[in-house]
Every structure is written in C-alpha cells, then in structure tokens.
Design a protein around this ligand. Structure first.
Ligand SMILES: O=C(O)CCC(=O)C(=O)O
Ligand SMILES: [Fe+2]
Length: 314
C-alpha cells in the first residue's frame, strides 16, 4: 500500500434544490448520504447548482490578479491565525505554493478590509464578486453542517453551534514544478477545521488518502466542491469520522488555483452525549478550537489525528 494513486472513487452527492428542503424525504436521504460518505471516505464531492458558474469562473480570474500583485503587497496580509490564512509564499519546503486568505468572514467588513489592503485605491470588482462567492460558499457550509448534525440525531444542538461558528477562506496558487525541482505541492496533512470545503479550477492535483492507504486523485466535476472532514469533526463525532489526509502534487503543465473554506467554532466543542455509549466510550474532552489552531502551529511535528488526540484526547 502506499503511494500508488487511484482514479476517483469518491462519492458525489447531488445538492439539488429539491434535496435541500429540511424535513422532506430527499433532505433526510441526503443527510444519510453525507454521514455514510464521511464515515466511509472522510470526504465527498458535492454537485451544487446554486452558485452560478459565471461567478465561479470570475472568481478564479480574480485570484490570478490577486496573486500577480507584488510580494510586498501580499505580505501585508497578516492575520491572527497566520499559519492558515496569512500570506505564505515560495517557502523552500513548498516552493510551488502561495496562499493567503480572509479570516472571520462572518464579519461584514472582512472582504472589503482585505480588498483595500491588497488594492489601496480599492477594487470594486474583486470585493463584489468575493462578497457574493463567500456568501454562497458559507451557505453551502451551513447546509453541510446542519446535515451532519441531523444525520447524527442531534439537530437540536445545531442552532446553538451555528451561532458561534465562523469561517475563513483561503486562496491557493500552485504553480507547476520547474525542471530542477521535485514534484511540488503540499505535503500530506489533515486540516484543524470542522470541515474544509475546496473548489478549484480544472487542474487535477489534489489527492486524498483512502482507508486502504492508497491515494485517490480528486477529479472535480465542473462547479463541484470537495468537503473534507477536519480534526474537530473527528473529535466531535467521537471518532466516527476520520479527518481527511490530503496532499497536492503538481506535475509540469498548468497552474492550479483553489479556494478552501475552513469552518471552525468560536466556543468550546464537545462530543454530544448522544454519540457516547458502551460501544463508543468518550474519546475526546471538550476543547477550544482556536486554542487547537494555535497548538497545531507550535507542534508541527505531530501529524494526522495525533494532533487532536494530543490536544484533547481522553
Ligand atoms: O489547494 C488545495 O486543494 C488544498 C490545499 C490545502 O490542503 C489547504 O489549503 O489546507
Ligand atoms: Fe489542507
């Protein structure tokens, strides 16, 4: 087992308008599909029709413009959670990736503040498109979260969870490796999020690790999103869902752009009592997710699930 990469065998769940009405039988069966996919694969693709494809195409053009800004402008994006969202560029360990993003997207000023930092005389087209994109992807995240809570029979706790939930959005530019470079990309890792929702332009290079240890190249159908479980979902679900181990491997050719919505919680996360029983004894203590983010930055040597287990495992 190991590094061989397989074709896409990830479930694709159709979030058609008729599947998104809570209480209907198609909503309930979609919730079950989400839970089954997470427990089996830790991730799944969503075919989502609500975001116009013109908006998605326009966002990827805007990202090209953003990353074409001078480095001295991009480095100004310093945030509270820098390892995740502050500007990272051309590190010797990952020379092919540049990334940066917007934190606290629930804040109505967040997109404008970021835009004005990057373009001191403003950029209406970026801020308007990004505001709309961010709202659409945040709505999608809320649906996914509600489905997860419902699928575990704890829908009553969803609204209080949602009141303290927040998101960051990160933009990634992966350039192809040069002749003298190793295959570039991002080393394998799990995200410290509750869920991460990824969209990309059509350049395949993201891979996720399957249960049998092989790597699966993720082929995104047009306008689709990949939902990956983060370490916080692993803990909340009391170990039922594993966090997705993923990596990016670029090959010579085109540049890849991606967006990643990171969802997190501002308060304490605890395993719902409904998810603890004799067959599933409590595995995780209540924990503060922002504290967990800080913990991961100062404990780089820990990988995969060992991070969350070291932070709040019983
Ligand atoms: O670019 C991607 O698809 C994923 C990058 C990644 O792993 C991350 O932003 O955490
Ligand atoms: Fe990641």
């Amino acid at each position: 087992m190991g590094s061989e990469t397989k074709a896409n065998i990830l479930p694709i769940i159709h979030f058609a308008v008729e599947n998104l009405k809570p209480g209907t039988s198609s909503w309930l069966s979609t919730c079950k599909n989400v839970r089954d996919a997470l427990e089996e694969h830790s991730c799944f693709l969503i075919q989502y029709e609500k975001i116009p494809s013109e908006l998605i195409n326009a966002i990827f053009l805007q990202l090209e413009e953003l990353f074409n800004l001078p480095t001295e402008t991009k480095v100004q994006n310093i945030t509270k959670t820098d390892g995740l969202i502050g500007y990272v560029g051309k590190r010797p360990s990952n020379p092919t990736i540049e990334s940066m993003g917007i934190e606290d997207v629930i804040n109505p000023e967040a997109v404008l503040k970021f835009t004005n930092l990057m373009w001191s005389s403003g950029n209406d087209s970026f801020s308007e498109l990004m505001e709309s994109y961010k709202n659409h992807v945040s709505d999608l995240e809320k649906v996914v979260m509600r489905m997860i809570f419902e699928s575990y029979g704890v829908e009553k706790s969803y609204s209080s969870y949602n009141e303290s939930s927040n998101r960051m959005i990160r933009f990634n530019k992966h350039r192809p490796p040069q002749l003298n470079e190793n295959i570039g990309g991002v080393h394998e890792h799990t995200d410290p999020t509750f869920v991460t929702i990824i969209q990309q332009n059509q350049v395949t290079s993201l891979e996720v690790k399957s249960k049998d240890g092989s790597w699966i190249a993720v082929h995104f159908p047009p306008s689709s999103f990949l939902v990956m479980a983060g370490d916080a979902l692993l803990a909340w679900s009391n170990g039922r869902v594993h966090s997705t181990l993923h990596r990016v491997r670029m090959s010579p050719g085109e540049t890849r752009f991606s967006t990643a919505l990171f969802s997190y919680h501002n308060g304490t996360i605890q395993v719902p009592k409904e998810l603890v029983d004799d067959d599933h004894p409590l595995q995780f203590k209540p924990f503060d997710q922002l504290g967990f983010f800080r913990f991961t930055f100062s404990n780089f040597s820990l990988n995969d699930e060992s991070k969350i287990r070291a932070y709040c495992g019983v």
